[in-house]
Write a protein that binds this ligand. Sequence first.
Ligand SMILES: [Zn+2]
Length: 124
Amino acid sequence: MPITKTITETRTTSLATLQEYADKVVDERYKQPLKTIHEALAVHGWDADPFPEDYKPTCCGTQVSIRSFLGGPYFVQCEDCKRFLVDITGPQFGNSWVNLPDGDKVDLETDIEHRWIAGQQERA
Ligand SMILES: [Zn+2]
């Protein structure tokens, strides 16, 4: 007769939600409820439906620039009007290091679709 074992996992540490993480790392003026990629694109009127795999929004007459990491875009910006989208789970590059959110401290599984911020940088 097979033995059935039930394993109960207990989390001893409580993880920060992505929103809490965002509120900690994001500059004051860009703090906002996290968005899905579609919600974030729609903020700038960049949404596409259907959403092609290699979608690059067009803004101010040209394609926006996209920075990717391990195949996933994490920063999208129009060089002209400086409107941008950023994936807060993406890398934050220092001089020679990559700083990703720590999965031991931040919950990177719950509602991971909501991880984008839409904003506009001041023009220099
Ligand atoms: Zn633009």
